[in-house]
Ligand binder design. Structure first.
Ligand code: ZN
Length: 93
């Protein structure tokens, strides 16, 4: 996977969806702003001037699993019948 860097300026709600106002950064600009060389394989963002990186993980599908202790659900159209879904979020780097 190839990484990327963006600066998030804010967000607005359009048709009940969150739309982020982001500007892509070049790696050189991002390295300078971060004060170090960023890993080109990762996705990075500056959110409220904090350097954040994207982490992704697999979690059981909420559409077809019933018990919190289950590793995966039975499979449904929401998860493509895998019982699990990939999710990602930003964490402070
Ligand atoms: Zn499912």
């Amino acid at each position: 996977m190839t990484g990327s860097v963006v600066i998030r300026h804010g967000h607005e709600i359009v048709d009940d969806r969150i739309v982020y106002d982001e500007t892509p950064l070049s790696w050189d600009e991002a390295d300078q702003k971060a004060g170090r060389r960023l890993d080109r394989r990762m996705s990075w963002a500056f959110i409220n001037n904090e350097l954040c990186k994207s982490i992704s993980y697999t979690i059981r599908c909420s559409g077809c699993s019933e018990c919190p202790g289950e590793d995966r659900g039975m499979g449904c159209s929401e998860c493509g019948y895998h019982g699990v879904v990939r999710q990602s979020c930003w964490v402070e780097a």
